[in-house]
Design a protein around this ligand. Structure first.
Ligand code: ADP
Ligand code: MG
Length: 334
């Protein structure tokens, strides 16, 4: 998960109020940030009732903490860590949220011809990306060995239960759980009666409704070319995620090794750049942004879909930047 140097910035438009003398400040916004999920999570809600807004925000953080407690591989007591340790060869019941995320991970894996693969964990570990320390370029034989347990087809799901079809398999939800946590926070806000809000966790965010007096939320995507130009995207009831090769990586002999691995090779994806995806849920946008960075521009184009939009910014061998985007992505920039 990424640190502070995230790629999306929230542009809040606080000029229009809508609140009378409620004591919530001019804007009617309530915004809180907390370090969670290995990044900073910011919850922004629109509402004139300060106490109700604060209660809703705290429910949202609670929902995120619950996902982290269940799906983090950095906590030995999480449901996921226990599942990995048990490595069940017979069908074993799991919680509904974990079943839902694993099912969605499988669906995205099929949709992307295996470019998204949560069974990569043993290989992610080999490269040192799980703990973000002790990075190394592993021996090819070790990669080959670890790759023998990788493949979403070995992850079998049925009626609320899971089975690992290969000994030594291990699951890493680092490419999807953050998005799912954002979705859960949005659900918590809705349950609290909030209709206009944004939840942002590093490069993953989701919005409902719009800020007061506006049709849509304005989100700025940082330009990885560092030219200072930021792409502005307008969103309503949508999720947006950005994955980049510059978030968690190490360099050796002038080469960059990024934390996004290509499941076909067990090695870091070779594409330089970043990918932004807009989708209905943050679970989807999170996983798809990772997968499209693996697949690259041509394959991404062949996947044009009405279900999601992408903007892929890549740096070629000559260091020239190239933008490839789905036609529908442009619509989000107006
Ligand atoms: P971040 O978590 O920094 O927002 P991503 O959403 O792109 O970045 O997720 C990257 C994480 O997903 C990696 O750190 C690793 O745990 C896991 N991962 C790496 N490659 C893949 C892949 N091809 N498919 C699924 N998960 C992956
Ligand atoms: Mg992601």
């Amino acid at each position: 998960m990424r640190g502070l140097n995230f790629v999306c910035f929230l542009g809040l438009l606080v000029s229009q109020s809508g609140c009378q003398t409620s004591g919530v400040g001019e804007s009617g916004f309530t915004q809180r940030s907390q370090p969670l999920l290995g990044t900073y999570v910011t919850v922004t809600v629109v509402g004139c009732d300060r106490i109700a807004s604060l209660a809703a925000v705290s429910e949202a953080f609670e929902a995120i903490r619950a996902v982290d407690a269940r799906m983090s591989i950095h906590r030995t007591d999480s449901e996921l860590s226990k599942l990995n340790a048990a490595s069940p060869t017979n069908y074993t019941p799991i919680s509904a949220p974990l079943f839902q995320v694993l099912s969605e991970a499988q669906r995205i894996s099929r949709l992307t011809d295996g470019a998204f693969d949560v069974t990569l964990r043993p290989v992610v570990d080999l490269w040192g990306f799980v703990w973000k320390r002790g990075y190394k370029n592993p021996d090819p034989l070790m990669i080959e060995d670890a790759m023998s347990t990788v493949g979403t087809r070995f992850l079998e799901l049925e009626s609320g239960a899971v089975r690992f079809a290969k000994a030594g398999m291990s699951i890493d939800l680092g490419g999807i759980a953050k998005g799912y946590a954002v979705d859960q926070a949005i659900e918590a806000l809705r349950r609290s009666g909030i209709q206009n809000a944004m939840v942002k966790a590093g490069g993953d965010l989701r919005v409902i409704g719009a800020p007061p007096g506006k049709e849509k939320w304005e989100v700025q995507i940082e330009d990885p070319t560092k030219s200072g130009e930021r792409q502005v995207v307008y969103l309503r009831d949508k999720a947006l995620s950005t994955s980049g090769d510059y978030e968690n990586f190490f360099e050796q002999a002038g080469r960059r090794y990024s934390h996004i691995l290509d499941p076909r090779t067990g090695r870091p994806a070779t594409l330089r750049g970043s990918c932004t995806v807009i989708a209905a849920t943050c679970q989807e946008s999170d996983a798809l942004a990772t997968a499209l960075l693996v697949l690259g521009p041509d394959r991404a184009h062949s996947m044009e879909s009405t279900a999601f939009q992408f903007n892929l910014l890549t740096q070629g061998k000559t260091n020239r930047w190239r933008v490839v985007r789905s036609e529908s992505f442009s619509a989000a920039t107006d």
